[in-house]
Design a protein around this ligand. Structure first.
Ligand code: TXA
Ligand code: MG
Length: 347
């Protein structure tokens, strides 16, 4: 199996892609015939397969090295298609869909039993989303089958926000990558369970908790999100760079990072620092990687996974990361940083 990058469509440019329609058709055909295609969404790149085809879906788990008890998100082209696959669209879901879909949000609802067992990991519910990306939507429409797609990374690695990230992780293991340039949101979709009376936030993502609350009022936050990850708990090993990573909090965050990085460099470590444009000049000696600007949570989210991958490319063995306030899009950023650092925090 050879990976061919057939399309180069920088998302920001919103360029017309009719010229490459044949490439999207090829990808759609691969999906219809049980193949694996990586494609861009507004959040991260997904690794897609026909959600009805058990053999095809199993290949996703194989390529990613993903544990089989972790269910996949099903992607559809249009909101109107959802009813066909779930037993009920609860009214709270309708409200959220009206406001946020297509977009970076996944609704967990009761399915009708049509999906491959591996998609739902045997659960009675399924996560469904309509991505907000022209290439993804064109592909979904042409394939005309529901597409199961987890993030297109090797399990445990940071999610891919560019075609080259996908290539780094899955080259030789999948049939095709559609290259749509860098993704715009940079963290995965918000996952919300809408099966109960009050919606439950299962994973913070591109749509913020505040956004959800503004539409439906009460939103419960899953208890697993409030726990500090146990270190070095296998269950939480996710997005983790190869180097040991620590999050640094508190008012004297910069000072602490300066002191600890100096000590670690003295002991012979190759130290990396995850910072933002405001603070980059405050550190010396270590490998400084700038992840957006503190005044723009969107910029930090967009750059996050690329930065985590950079530390590996730079062979960093000790990483100190700045931290962010636990609200808005930063709640999602901090959720991913916590997982990457396996909860290790200096406060
Ligand atoms: O932005 C995204 O959501 C990306 C793009 C490709 O769409 N996809 C993605 O998929 O992040 P994945 O597989 O990496 O994450 C799926 C998340 C997991 O946390 C999984 O446990 C949860 O959704 N999930 C899926 N189905 C579920 C269900 N029935 N009940 C509870 N959680 C579910
Ligand atoms: Mg993932």
């Amino acid at each position: 199996m050879k990976v061919t990058t057939v399309i180069n469509l920088p998302y920001e440019q919103k360029r017309d892609f009719y010229l490459q329609l044949s490439d999207i058709k090829k990808a759609a055909h691969l999906l219809q015939t049980g193949g694996l295609v990586a494609f861009p969404t507004e959040t991260v790149y997904g690794l897609g397969a026909d959600a009805i085809n058990e053999a095809a879906v199993r290949k996703i788990f194989q390529a990613k090295g993903r544990p089989s008890d972790n269910p996949l998100i099903v992607h559809l082209a249009k909101l109107e298609q959802i009813e066909q696959w779930v037993s009920e669209v609860p009214s709270v879901a309708r409200q959220l869909m009206e406001r946020f879909s297509p977009g970076p949000i996944t609704y967990v609802m009761k399915h009708r039993g049509d999906f491959a067992t591996s998609v739902t990991a045997g659960l009675t519910t399924v996560g469904i989303r309509i991505p907000d990306h022209p290439l993804a939507l064109a592909l979904l429409e042409l394939a005309d089958v529901p597409i199961a797609a987890p993030s297109a990374n090797r399990s445990g690695r940071p999610s891919p926000t560019s075609a080259s990230h996908v290539e780094e992780d899955l080259n030789g293991k999948i049939d095709l990558i559609l290259d749509g340039g860098s993704t715009s949101v940079g963290v995965e979709s918000t996952v919300i369970d809408v099966t109960g009376q009050t919606p439950v936030l299962l994973r913070p993502g591109g749509i913020t908790l505040e956004d959800l609350q503004s539409v439906v009022g009460d939103v419960l936050v899953d208890t697993a999100l409030q726990e500090q990850p146990r270190s070095p708990g296998m269950k939480y090993r996710h997005y983790a760079p190869k180097g040991e990573m620590w999050l640094v909090t508190g008012e004297d965050m910069v000072k602490k990072i300066q002191t600890i990085s100096r000590e670690k460099m003295k002991s012979g470590y190759r130290v990396g620092i995850l910072t933002t444009s405001e603070n980059e000049d405050k550190y010396t000696g270590a490998q400084i990687v700038v992840c957006g600007s503190r005044t723009s949570p969107e910029s930090v989210a967009k750059g996050l996974y690329d930065v985590l991958r950079k530390f590996d490319l730079m062979d960093i063995d000790f990483i100190l990361s700045e931290t962010f306030p636990l609200s808005g899009l930063y709640l999602s950023v901090m959720n991913r940083l916590n997982k990457a650092a396996e909860g290790k925090t200096i406060s």
